[in-house]
Design a binder for this molecule. Sequence first.
Ligand code: ADP
Ligand code: 5GP
Length: 191
Amino acid sequence: MSTETRKTLIVLSAPSGAGKTTITKRILERHPAEVMFSISATTRSQRPGERDGVDYYFVTREKFEELIRQGALIEYEEIFGNYYGTPVTEIDRANQMGKRLLFDIDVKGGISIRKRYPAQSLLIFISPPDLATLERRLRDRQTEQDETVRRRLERAGMEMAMSDQYDRVVVNDDLERAVAEVEKHIFASRD
Ligand code: ADP
Ligand code: 5GP
């Protein structure tokens, strides 16, 4: 067995539109017995194709604020006017199943997870090849209005600047190559 602690809490962060949802889905499809997704609670509205209790727990603002008061969230942030947070129960669920837990959360949330679980956490930043590509991907996804695309791009600069606090940076140029690189980092500590 390696002397390094097994990295069971894998955080994937990226500016919105860089491709972390796409990469997360690929990893989960390929390793269902070893990796599971940490389902966040959010107050943002459901996008077409998203499922409650699978992609997110979609909750009202009142319910989210109750979760904060109860101490039911490991971390939470307000992003683009909505709350997003990680329920404590996700960690318990992964421990019970003996699986690694994959988080799709923002940079500040990732840093909070590492503060709380320093030995188990691995923080991977997914970077777009450049900002023009990021903007094109966001617009092509067609899930956001112009105004929210603009806000997501503005936030991207802040997130890119914080990427040097992450353990690994993976550029999502070619999707297959990027997924393979993320897999390599996740399973670097197998035992
Ligand atoms: P995020 O979860 O980071 O906001 P998504 O996974 O939704 O981003 O990806 C944003 C858009 O870019 C989607 O339409 C997705 O299909 C596309 N995309 C993701 N990765 C790539 C890639 N390597 N090359 C081209 N398009 C990509
Ligand atoms: P989206 O609305 O595109 O699904 O997510 C917006 C941002 O919120 C993304 O950067 C996503 O990673 C982040 N996010 C999703 N869930 C959480 C969470 O539980 N905590 C934090 N801090 N960020 C989250």
